[in-house]
Structure formats: structure tokens, C-alpha cells
Design a protein around this ligand. Structure first.
Ligand code: GLN
Length: 298
């Protein structure tokens, strides 16, 4: 069959097609989408490089590559995104979790683990630390924390019920549903009935409104704007989080916030004198990215 589309030939053709369309990682993305079309792991493409695609597989793949050249993010096409070594379900109702956000989760894990082991904390036997993820989206932060910290319970809050559905699916998928609760609500509002917590973590929307139109089409045309737009200077939600946190945190409770490029100075000055202790931490790309604040001890 002269025109048979083998795995190899399909990958070569698609890599060139993606290159012509300015796709960032042409070969890698071709592989991911082909593996997804064939319902196999990427490594299988090497094992089966001469396998000829059936017309159904080819049609499915064609659909995916057409979506990708229109700049739909690969995570929305495959419906999943790796984060913290776990696979998360994502839809267009949820932001796609970013690698820099893993740093927030790692920081929270380290702090909780070291706090739990400090005898002076004197947690009564069996008391689980309570964590809150504000604007949980796909639940990537909340579910990873529950997964890696078996001693905590976590509440994920979001205004979007569609996003919360995805977060719940992720909690089920990763077997942490017994320690995760997802509540629809506006920022701190649901905490009024819950009381003070040990840690608040959030990756809020923080892109300045006028910057949104300059973002890559993959982001601005596909991801939920409500998860990106942080108002005029990008800091609307960050200021609300900083103002609200002291009343929602236990004494010495912690807040961990992600913020955007170039916002560190404003975050520093806005948080001054509001917490017992504060720190700004860099992400793996060496950008100041995370605010860590410890509540006063009262
Ligand atoms: N880090 C995301 C981006 O640059 C923005 C996420 C957010 O606003 N929290 O696209």
C-alpha cells in the first residue's frame, strides 16, 4: 500500500506540519497526540514504529492536529496534564497547571512535614492539619497536597462549579477524596462556617487586564480568563488574599501565594507589617514567584 500511514511516517509528516504552523515543540507534541490517538504510551510509538494506522485512528489523529494548529493547548486536547508527578484531568473550565506552581506545593509539603515533626507544636494525637486551596481550579494543588501529605485534610474553594467538578474527579482519580472537600464560593466566604485553618495556599489570577491580549493564543484564546485576569495591576485577588488571610489563619498559620512577573516589590510593600514573618521565594526559573507569610502569634 503506497499511501499507508505508518507511525514513523505520520510522526515525520506531523512534525513538519507543526513546524510550519509555529507549534513550540513539534516533534514532542506530534508524539503525544499520536500516542493519545492510538491510546498507547509514547514509548510504544518506538516499539510499533512500522505499525500502520487504521482509518479510524488516522481520523482521530487528524482531528487532534487540526485543533493543535489552531493553538488549542495540548492538555485540553488530551484532557490531562502532569503536575507533581501525577496526571491531572483538565478541561477548558480549568487553568492548566504550570511547572512553577509545583514549587508552591513543594514548599507547603516541606513546611507541613517539618512543622508536624516539631514536638513543640504539640498537635493533639490524631489532629489533622487543615489546609485551604483558594481558587482550586482543577484541584492540582489541593489533590497533590492530599496525596503527598497523608496527615492533612484540605478544602478546595472555587467560584466555578464546572472547575470544582473537575477537581472532584481528580481527588477520586488519586484516591484522596476522603481528605478533600470542594466548596463553591467566593474567596474566603465558605471559611466563615469552617473556622481558622493552618495553611492557605493559592495560585490566584494575577495577569494585569491589559496584558491578557498580549499573551500567546494558546493561553488567551483557550484558558479561562477568570483564572488569569487579576485586574488593572494584576494584584486585585492577591490584595484580597493578603487582607483576608490573618482572620482565617490560626496563630502562626501560613499563607503561600503565587504572584506574577515583576510583582514582587508591590507584594513586599503591601504585606509589610501584616504578618509575623514573610518571605519571597523564587521559582525554578529563578523568578521571584511566591509569597510566604506566617500569621502573627496573637
Ligand atoms: N502563570 C500563568 C500564566 O502565566 C498565570 C496564572 C495565574 O494568573 N495565576 O499564564
Amino acid at each position: 500500500m503506497i499511501d499507508a500511514w505508518s507511525v514513523n511516517k505520520t510522526l515525520d509528516w506531523t512534525t513538519n506540519y507543526f513546524k510550519d504552523h509555529g507549534i513550540e515543540w513539534p516533534h514532542l507534541e506530534a508524539e503525544i497526540l499520536l500516542a493519545h490517538s492510538l491510546n498507547v504510551k509514547r514509548i510504544q510509538l518506538y516499539v510499533q514504529h512500522e505499525k500502520v494506522l487504521s482509518s479510524a485512528e488516522l481520523a482521530r489523529f487528524r482531528g487532534y492536529i487540526e485543533r493543535r494548529v489552531k493553538h488549542e493547548p495540548i492538555a485540553y486536547i488530551t484532557g490531562c496534564q502532569p503536575f507533581m508527578g501525577l496526571d491531572f484531568i483538565v478541561t477548558r473550565d480549568t487553568l492548566i497547571p504550570r511547572p512553577e506552581t509545583e514549587k508552591l506545593v513543594e514548599l507547603a509539603i516541606d513546611i507541613i512535614n517539618s512543622r508536624s515533626s516539631v514536638v513543640s507544636r504539640n498537635l493533639p494525637a490524631g489532629r489533622q492539619e487543615s489546609l485551604v486551596d483558594l481558587g482550586t481550579g482543577s484541584g492540582a494543588i489541593a489533590v497533590s497536597l492530599a496525596k503527598y501529605l497523608p496527615q492533612v485534610k484540605i478544602i478546595g474553594i472555587d467560584i466555578s462549579s464546572a472547575a470544582l467538578e473537575v477537581a472532584k474527579q481528580n481527588a477520586v482519580k488519586h484516591n484522596v477524596v476522603d481528605r478533600c472537600r470542594f466548596i463553591r464560593g467566593n474567596m474566603f466566604e465558605p471559611l466563615q462556617d469552617i473556622g481558622r485553618v493552618d495553611l492557605i495556599i493559592s495560585n490566584p489570577p494575577y495577569i494585569p487586564t491589559k496584558v491578557i491580549s498580549t499573551l500567546t493564543p494558546d493561553v488567551k484564546d483557550f484558558e479561562p480568563i477568570s483564572a488569569l485576569d487579576g485586574g488593572e495591576d494584576g494584584l486585585d485577588y492577591i490584595r484580597k488574599l493578603i487582607d483576608g488571610a490573618p482572620n482565617c489563619l490560626k496563630p502562626k498559620g501560613l499563607i503561600i501565594l503565587e504572584f506574577g512577573d515583576g510583582q514582587a516589590e508591590k507584594v513586599r510593600s503591601y504585606t509589610k507589617d501584616k504578618f509575623g514573618d514573610t518571605k519571597i521565594i523564587r521559582d525554578p526559573f529563578d523568578k521571584e514567584r511566591i509569597f510566604l507569610g506566617q500569621n502573627k502569634s496573637f
